[in-house]
Write a protein that binds this ligand. Structure first.
Ligand SMILES: C[S@@+](CC[C@H](N)C(=O)[O-])C[C@H]1O[C@@H](n2cnc3c(N)ncnc32)[C@H](O)[C@@H]1O
Length: 297
């Protein structure tokens, strides 16, 4: 199930319970066995460089919540709030980076947080705004963002930090997180270690929606060197016996946990935990799927 996957590809990750799927920049494959139509997601056929994430999520926004239907956002949010209570220094102002359609923010609001959601993609934010009218949403790039007042808690769920693209983007993102957090504030995010990715592992998820059957497949791929890993995605939609297929891969930043920790340590006390939303468990040495809790000096 989705809520247990994606990152299952991080070898030896024993405890993760969440994860996901999403994304689709361009279609590069169409099996002759299937009828391939582009209308549904408005995608562009034929091989070409990955479209911008913004264009991707514009196309995907209407399907996003369907793909994430099995993710237990309530449980993830509760876990992040517990970690904030435990490691933070109080306060209830919250910024969710790459917030998507706002599924976590909904739960933070219910718990009394004052939330801002930041995302690159306006259609995702439009859905978030409808879901959470009490929150504020801003369209910005997390690699170059500014907010008016520092907050007590910054989150970035579903491995979205990897969307900072490359190592310079990641460094830029972290540089912008620092002034956006109060001293003693907590930056909590999930990440995978590039050296622990199992390229052969795939997550498969099924869903029904409006007379169609969907199969979502996703997997991480790391070629073994450099700072780029890919998210590979396949979506199959079958309606009345006709199947449409989208397949894509797109680049994301790849780091080892040691590298990531080293980038964070100048500004944060870094606590690396198993990707477990039930228990607070120190990260096992062989685990490639983590929840980072970073307390600003
Ligand atoms: C996998 S979704 C995660 C959404 C949400 N956090 C969740 O857990 O469902 C990734 C999100 O990252 C956003 N995104 C990608 N690159 C971004 C960037 N550079 N700055 C801000 N948001 C970005 C996308 O628009 C998308 O909404």
């Amino acid at each position: 199930m989705l809520d247990a996957a994606f990152a299952t590809q991080a070898k030896a990750a024993k405890h993760f319970t969440s994860a996901l799927v999403p994304y689709i920049p361009h279609i590069y494959f169409a099996s002759a066995l299937w009828s391939v139509k582009m209308r549904a997601l408005n995608f562009i056929a034929a091989e070409r460089p990955a479209m911008s994430f913004n264009a991707l999520y514009t196309d995907l926004s209407g399907y996003y919540d369907l793909m994430c239907a099995d993710i237990d956002y309530q449980r993830q949010s509760a876990a992040a709030m517990r970690l904030h209570q435990f490691f933070g220094s109080g306060g209830h102002t919250h910024l969710d980076l790459a917030c998507g359609t706002g599924p976590h923010i909904e739960h933070f609001l219910q718990a009394g947080y004052q939330c801002t959601g930041l995302d690159l993609n306006q259609p995702m934010l439009d859905i978030a705004g409808q879901r959470c009218p009490q929150a504020q949403f801003v369209q910005q790039n997390m690699c170059a963002f500014n907010i008016s007042e520092p907050v007590d808690l910054i989150t970035c769920f579903l491995y979205s930090l990897h969307y900072s693209g490359n190592i310079d983007g990641l460094k830029a993102c972290l540089r912008h997180v620092v002034p956006a957090l109060k001293s003693g504030g907590v930056f909590c995010f999930s990440a995978v270690d590039k050296n622990k990715i199992d390229n052969s592992a795939l997550l498969r998820q099924h869903a029904r929606h409006q007379h169609s059957h969907f199969v979502f497949e996703s997997g991480w791929f790391y070629q073994g060197f450099g700072d780029e890993q890919q998210l590979r995605l396949k979506i199959q939609k079958t309606t009345q016996g006709v199947t449409e297929l989208w397949q894509d891969h797109h680049p994301m930043v790849a780091v080892s946990f040691a590298e990531l920790k080293a980038l964070l340590e100048p500004d944060f006390e870094v606590v690396m935990l198993e990707h477990d939303f039930e228990k607070i468990l120190p990260l096992a040495p062989d685990s490639g799927n983590a929840l980072f809790v970073c307390i600003k000096h």
